[in-house]
Design a protein around this ligand. Structure first.
Ligand SMILES: [Zn+2]
Length: 121
């Protein structure tokens, strides 16, 4: 894994855990918490590594939340649909997609240069 990818992952976990006070947003447990991707990484720009797509979950609740992804969105536990999880963190799918897209640009060390830049230097 590249250094940049590691940093993006670490920042995702840090911001999600801090916002959620290091507590599972479903049951309140503080043990072995993980930063869950509400919309699966494969379906998001930048792998969905922005806090608007993340929620803190304990291992037990994480397994329940993953059911939506592992079933291809066909089944989910009550209260564990992605829209339910977005609701808990005051986000939604559209906000998460836009934030992840912006975050990708923000993380790019070589953003597109202004074509007129050379004229002013
Ligand atoms: Zn939990």
């Amino acid at each position: 894994m590249s250094r940049r990818k590691k940093l993006v992952r670490a920042e995702f976990r840090r911001t999600v855990f801090e916002r959620d006070n290091h507590t599972c947003r479903i049951c309140g447990s503080k043990d072995d918490i993980a930063a869950h991707h509400i919309t699966d990484r494969t379906l998001m720009p930048n792998g969905g590594y922005h806090m608007s797509n993340g929620i803190t979950l304990c291992p037990e609740c994480h397994i329940k939340a993953e059911k939506f992804h592992t079933s291809g969105g066909r089944v989910w536990e009550k209260g564990m649909h992605p829209n339910d999880l977005y609701g808990l963190i005051c986000s939604d799918h559209e906000t998460a997609v836009l934030s992840c897209r912006r975050y990708l640009d923000h993380c790019n060390p070589y953003p597109p240069r202004d074509p007129h830049e050379a004229e002013y230097t």
